[in-house]
Ligand binder design. Structure first.
Ligand code: ADP
Length: 382
């Protein structure tokens, strides 16, 4: 018999999508007594081998998602590219869906997120939503922002795809025309970045929320390459970032992990992105805190109590392993002292996120050096 949560429900939890997040959810689920199942698009997907029950189907296939979720007590996601109609139907039939179809929209649609955040009084970069190159709002926005702009597809982009930073003096119209060919666009002021930070808030079904420590995220070409705890923010800024994340979490109505990416700028903290699921900026919590983002996410989704996370070392670094010129040497990478190497089981391809390495310790430079040493051995480009 499956275990039951505080609400008396059995804990059959389905995960839609079978990438590395589903893989790490499965790895963290063991102590929770959940009955896990997975909707994968292919037998080659990272997480397939770790789930006791696997169905095959596309996350955008409404009928496949409904058939997968029917009869489960709760459903969550590995990524956002999921049929919202299917989630709505599951919600209507009494399956607990977290993130809900409404919350997910904040992560799926940058125009929706920016518009709702601004209406809620949350600081965001100046922006305008456009769907036609002839929209006069474009010319007035460009005139107001000679410092440069960023062109973003409202939907469909991730890891920097669907985002183009246009520096001062470069005409953004060709990029705009190009992006508008694929749908609605958010045209945004290019802000001066001191740094980028991220905060995870995990909210239980009962509304109780916990907040993870703020981390610095280092991006290259729109891809996160490195995450460092603690962040370089002042104590006051840390509190502001956590407050901002909590405000965003209540706006989104998130249950489970909400990852909030924040720009640190001369004008203060500005909301960048939200993800309504475990996030790359939280992979360090597997070894670096008392309860990982994956365990806390599943706890929330299943209706169990979410736990207050405590860092377990003064410094933690996570470096993403990206495909380089050739596959690296996994054995040598694991032999780097204290390197926790996570392999997502994906086929090597240049630029692809293949895994990550986490290191902990008392000395910031040493922690950073060991994480990179291991990731470089794995072939990650510097
Ligand atoms: P994605 O959805 O692909 O993660 P983001 O919207 O987070 O895309 O943008 C990717 C990166 O582009 C950010 O991490 C940041 O470095 C840069 N960027 C995005 N928006 C702006 C902006 N308004 N000003 C300056 N840099 C930006």
């Amino acid at each position: 018999m499956p275990a039951a949560n505080d609400l008396g429900n059995s804990l059959s939890v389905g995960v839609i999508g079978a990438g590395q997040l589903a893989l790490m959810m499965a790895e963290s689920a063991e102590p929770l007594g959940l009955e896990l199942s997975l909707l994968a698009s292919s037998a080659d997907d990272s997480a397939v081998a770790l789930f006791p029950a696997v169905s095959f189907g596309r996350a955008l296939d409404e009928a496949a998602v409904v058939a997968f979720g029917a009869g489960l007590s709760a459903v969550t996601v590995d990524h956002e590219v999921v049929s919202l109609e299917a989630l709505q139907r599951l919600e209507a039939s009494g399956v607990y869906v977290a993130p809900s179809s409404e919350s997910l929209l904040f992560a799926v649609d940058k125009a929706f997120q920016r518009t709702r955040a601004q209406a809620a009084g949350i600081a965001v970069p100046d922006f305008v939503v456009v769907s036609d190159i002839a929209d006069p709002a474009i010319e007035s926005f460009l005139a107001q922002h000679p410092e440069g702009v960023v062109v973003k597809s409202a939907r469909g982009g991730y890891d920097g795809r669907g985002v183009q930073v246009i520096p001062r003096g470069v005409d953004p119209r060709p990029a705009l025309t190009n992006f508008l060919g694929a749908g609605t666009v958010v045209l945004e002021a290019k802000v001066d970045l001191f740094s980028e930070v991220a905060v995870l808030v995990v909210t239980g079904r009962n509304g109780h929320a916990v907040c993870y420590p703020v981390v610095d995220t280092v991006q290259r070409d729109g891809i996160c390459v490195e995450v460092n705890y603690p962040s370089s923010l002042s104590d006051e800024q840390v509190l502001s970032a956590q407050k901002l994340a909590a405000t965003v979490a209540s706006m989104v109505g998130a249950v489970g992990v909400l990852a909030v990416e924040i720009f640190v700028t001369p004008e203060g903290l500005l909301l960048n992105e939200v993800a309504t699921r475990p996030h790359n900026s939280g992979h360090w919590t597997i070894e670096g805190t008392s309860v990982s983002q994956f365990e806390n996410h599943l706890r929330a989704v299943a209706g169990l109590a979410v736990l207050e996370p405590q860092p377990v070392a003064p410094f933690v670094t996570m470096v993403n392993v990206l495909g380089g010129d050739a596959p690296g040497d996994a054995k040598a990478a694991r032999a780097v002292p204290g390197a926790h190497v996570h392999d997502y089981g994906k086929e090597w391809r240049p630029g692809r996120k293949l895994g990550h390495v986490t290191t902990l310790g008392d000395n910031k430079e040493d922690v950073l050096e060991r994480a990179w040493h291991s990731a470089l051995i794995l072939g990650t480009p510097r």
